[in-house]
Design a protein around this ligand. Sequence first.
Ligand code: 13P
Length: 224
Amino acid sequence: MSEGYERIREQVCDYAKRMAIQGWVTGSAGNVSVRVPDEEDRYVITPTSVKYEMLAPENIVVCDGEGDEVIEVENAASFELPMHVAIYEARPDVMAIIHTHSLYCTILSVLRVNLPPIVEELVPYLGGEILVSEYGQSGSDEIADNVVAALGQKAAAMIANHGNVCVGKNLGKAFAACALLERTARVYVESLKLQGLGVGKITTLPDEVVETEMGMYEAIRDFS
Ligand code: 13P
């Protein structure tokens, strides 16, 4: 096995465990992947249905876009592989993907409420308003297409009745996007509650600020 795969499998395992420690998933929910650099149609992805406390680098799958393994392991690729592959195909800039079921994103995804630009960091780091996708069943081509559409050129999308997906140039960036997205979703849900009680009024960033910050997003997206 190539040494390159081994290092990437360790990183994918490490970030999957970090995702669980953050409380963004329970059990074996969620998944993490990386596109193998300089190799056509090669992905390193968490296995399906392995609890994160049991997960080890040996369980991490290296496969092509169809899920056919290129090294032999006991586990099968996450059943969300088609969604990961669809994102990699639509977004040549994306090298890592993290899909979580974090609480506040899931609440917004159930309500089908998009996350508007309510805090400064959202636009430069995530690329603007974060949309909830149309519904698609887990593992289907439909969920893959709908998530690609909601993601567009941004760093995150929420997935209807399900959770979210965050992308980046590397796992560190995808993970940071998940943290920022979940924190902002929480700010929004709590603000909606207070607004509903008659306390204050939710105000989004001015349009001209959003426009300037979109330019920052384009630049920041390319940083490692
Ligand atoms: P896998 O265990 O197959 O990755 O599925 C978990 C999940 O969250 C599906 O959306």
